[in-house]
Design a protein around this ligand. Structure first.
Ligand code: FAD
Length: 306
């Protein structure tokens, strides 16, 4: 219930204005976001890579409504990738992109062209791109764009969401095709017709999808902070004899940092998803929805407006 309310607020510009100007908001934001600019992203990446982490960088922003905005996002990714390459941070650092930030809701072709430009820049920088997955109305379009991108850039990856009923079948397709797949639970508000609603059903679906990916021909990226699912991932890695070059764990910046360190120390490939940029509202609200305890910080921000 609370999750639904917060996710509904994540799409409200009135709530966004209210939240963005509250005094304590920046403390909450800094827990999950490394800063506003390319330099902040490079600084955070340098520190993480020095500590043995792999990184995927997300320039925050989504649902752009003009081609100009979409081109600006593409250009930021090009700048970032050039910076990562100059700093010697590739290949450990790659980038994550949302097609809706590259123009998917304006025109799918525009999003494809921009994503292709980002893939070309990633190739030149010696690294890869992963497509984030957004709400279920974009899944087919995102997978179509992925198929086209992989013709010339076969290492392009995609996120799949275990809460969607279709995902086990999508995993089967992509595992056969040898793709890089990030398996996550899913962060949007989805109707029962397309998505499992209870955490028990989502977790079971996650395990079924993980089994398909770990048994398949691709490169699984297990994105979760859930201790039980991580333990099952470690078990499947042993069972399918997948070493650190054949699968990885992924977690979000600022969430369960000690568990992230443990996985690095155990010799796993552990990739931290690092968001940066000023357009943090939608991302922050999804993090709050996942863990209502985070609302304690947020409540202080709102109360302090008096
Ligand atoms: C690397 C990465 C990439 C992702 N990409 C996408 C994507 O492209 N599309 C998409 O829809 N979703 C994406 N997600 C989000 C994902 O779908 C889940 O919403 C999120 O990871 C929470 O699920 P969980 O597996 O951690 O399990 P949960 O059951 O939600 O959490 C398990 C435990 O992790 C900790 N935890 C989880 N979330 C938080 C939080 N916000 N704050 C504090 N502690 C927390 C808590 O200890 C909790 O008990 C991504 C997640 C990761 C890690």
């Amino acid at each position: 219930m609370l999750r639904s309310v917060i996710l509904a607020a994540s799409r409200s510009s009135r709530v966004e204005r209210f939240v963005a100007t509250a005094p304590y908001t920046s403390d909450v934001v800094h827990r999950f976001v490394v800063g506003g600019g390319t330099d902040d992203a490079l600084r955070a990446t340098r520190a993480l890579v020095a500590d043995g982490f792999a990184v995927t960088l997300d320039h925050l922003g989504e649902d752009v409504v003009t081609a100009e905005q979409a081109h600006a996002v593409r250009d930021e990714y090009r700048r970032l990738l050039a910076g990562l390459s100059d700093a010697g941070l590739t290949p450990p650092a790659e980038v994550s992109v949302k097609l809706s930030a590259l123009g998917q809701k304006v025109d799918e072709r525009l999003a494809y062209d921009n994503a292709l430009a980002v893939c070309q820049a990633a190739d030149a920088a010696g690294t890869t791109v992963t497509l984030d997955m957004e709400d279920h109305t974009t899944t087919d379009s995102t997978l179509d764009v992925l198929t086209e991108l992989r013709r010339d850039h076969p290492s392009t990856g995609v996120a799949l969401q275990a809460y969607l009923r279709r995902t086990e079948s999508d995993c089967r397709e992509l595992a056969r095709a040898g793709a890089r797949v990030r398996l996550c639970k899913g962060a949007y508000r989805e109707p029962e017709s397309v998505a499992h609603q209870s955490s028990r059903d989502v977790d079971r679906s996650y395990v079924r999808c993980m089994n398909v990916l770990m048994a398949g021909d691709g490169y699984p990226m297990l994105a979760t902070h859930d201790p039980r699912l991580i333990a099952i991932g470690e078990d499947r890695a042993r069972w399918f004899d997948r070493g650190p070059d054949r699968f990885e764990f992924q977690m979000l910046y600022g969430i369960r940092p000690q568990e992230q360190e443990r996985l690095v120390a155990e010799g796993y490939t552990m990739r931290t998803y690092v968001p940066y940029g000023d357009d943090w509202y939608g991302y922050l609200m999804r993090r709050l929805a996942e863990r209502p305890a985070n609302l304690i910080f947020f409540g202080r921000a709102l109360a302090s407006r008096g």
